[in-house]
Design a protein around this ligand. Structure first.
Ligand SMILES: Nc1nc2c(ncn2[C@@H]2O[C@H](COP(=O)(O)OP(=O)(O)OP(=O)(O)O)[C@@H](O)[C@H]2O)c(=O)[nH]1
Ligand SMILES: [Mg+2]
Length: 353
């Protein structure tokens, strides 16, 4: 489950009361951004271990084809060739696959490994190192409210991810307000309203309204009502639909007018099933909006989970002054507990267990 790290920010000027800084973070997995590490609670540790089991299960399709590479008795060229093919099949992409193989060969030499099973363990270590750059907790509380804009193609899992995230935030005593900026479909408003009702949080919604106007109202209302977080759900769109991408940019500009410095997070939700296409989406939405984070859903039942390696590789080359776009959460199912913080080590171990 999620755990939270709170830190008292430095005493504010003029006697203002500053909000706490809260980071959504994986128990015992990701180093804390803020404040000292706390020992994980036993129930939280148990929940995390149950998550690990489900993650292993969820990544089985991607993992099993890679694992068969290591069932032989020798470490030879054939093993590396099979591994290369398996990584490419898992949509890790050519660049990340080459990097991983080169790193793995170095590790095998240094460790003087003689068994394929030992190579598999070294591959998990190499993958962990590659994916580490994607690990970062979502920080809440530096601004009041923290405004999060959620984008993605149709059906990627935006609304359900917002619902699950809202539950985790509400359970941690964060006051959340949802903005139904998907004004395209009536059903979309209703779907978000169901999540708002379930989590007992407020929602700003407007029949047939302009998505930018709805978001503007929500940010103003969120500030007036002392909310910690405002999350805007937007309609699905393809990055090739220029007018719809312009609409997203307008929402982003409007949020900035409602609150200086906002949106603090521009998230893209990508469906892990789409493999290399997910990477193409990340690149396009980043070029249009400047993404601050990703949620990768539907990693259950896909053989293309290697795409995270491709996203990490791309992130390393994103451009001067820009780091990789972090993966805040991954989803492995439709249940509430199926969305959790991303940990590179957990992911690599679950994939190659
Ligand atoms: N198996 C699985 N299904 C998921 C996951 N995340 C979301 N879904 C399902 O994907 C479907 C689409 O989810 P939505 O949240 O409605 O997607 P959306 O991006 O909001 O869709 P639009 O608003 O129509 O663009 C729903 O049936 C979700 O339950 C996941 O991690 N695994
Ligand atoms: Mg939706």
């Amino acid at each position: 489950m999620f755990s939270f790290f709170k830190k008292k920010p430095p005493a504010p000027a003029h006697g203002d009361v500053a909000p706490p800084v809260v980071a959504l973070i994986a128990d015992a997995a990701v180093p804390a951004l803020h404040g000292p590490t706390q020992a994980p609670h036993a129930p939280a540790a148990a929940a995390r271990s149950s998550w690990l089991g489900r993650l292993t299960q969820g990544l089985r399709k991607t993992g099993s084809s890679i694992a068969t590479v290591f069932t032989g008795t020798r470490i030879d060229d054939a093993l590396y060739e099979e591994l290369e093919a398996a990584l490419l099949m898992a949509d890790a992409g050519v660049g990340a696959t080459q990097d991983l193989l080169a790193d793995l060969k170095r590790r095998v030499k240094d460790a003087k490994a003689t068994e394929p099973a030992a190579v598999k363990v070294l591959l998990a270590a190499a993958l962990t190192d590659l994916l580490k750059s994607l690990e970062r907790p979502l920080a809440i509380g530096a601004a009041s409210p923290t405004v999060i804009m959620v984008t993605g193609v149709n059906g990627a899992g935006k609304t359900t991810s917002i619902g699950k995230l809202t539950r985790h935030l509400a359970e941690s005593n964060c006051k959340v307000l949802l903005a139904a900026a998907d004004t395209f479909r009536a059903a979309a408003r209703e779907q978000l309203a169901v999540w708002a009702g379930r989590n007992q949080v407020e929602i700003v919604s407007q029949e047939g309204g302009d998505p930018a106007a709805v978001t503007f109202d929500a940010v103003i209302a969120g500030r007036a009502r002392g909310c910690d977080v405002v999350i805007a759900d937007t309609a699905g769109r393809l990055p090739t639909q220029t007018h719809l991408m312009e609409e997203l940019k307008k929402i982003q500009r409007t949020i900035a007018k409602a609150q200086a410095g906002a949106p603090h997070e521009v998230l893209l939700v990508v469906d892990g099933n789409t493999g290399q296409n997910a990477l193409a989406q990340v690149k396009s939405f980043d070029a249009a909006l400047g993404l601050t984070g990703l949620i990768v859903t539907k990693l259950d039942g896909t053989a293309k989970g290697g795409v995270l390696a491709a996203i990490a590789r791309w992130g390393a080359e994103r451009g001067p002054g820009k780091g990789p776009v972090p993966v805040y959460f991954i989803g492995i199912g439709e249940q509430l507990e199926d969305l959790q913080t991303f940990s590179a080590r957990e992911f690599a171990q679950a994939l190659l267990s």
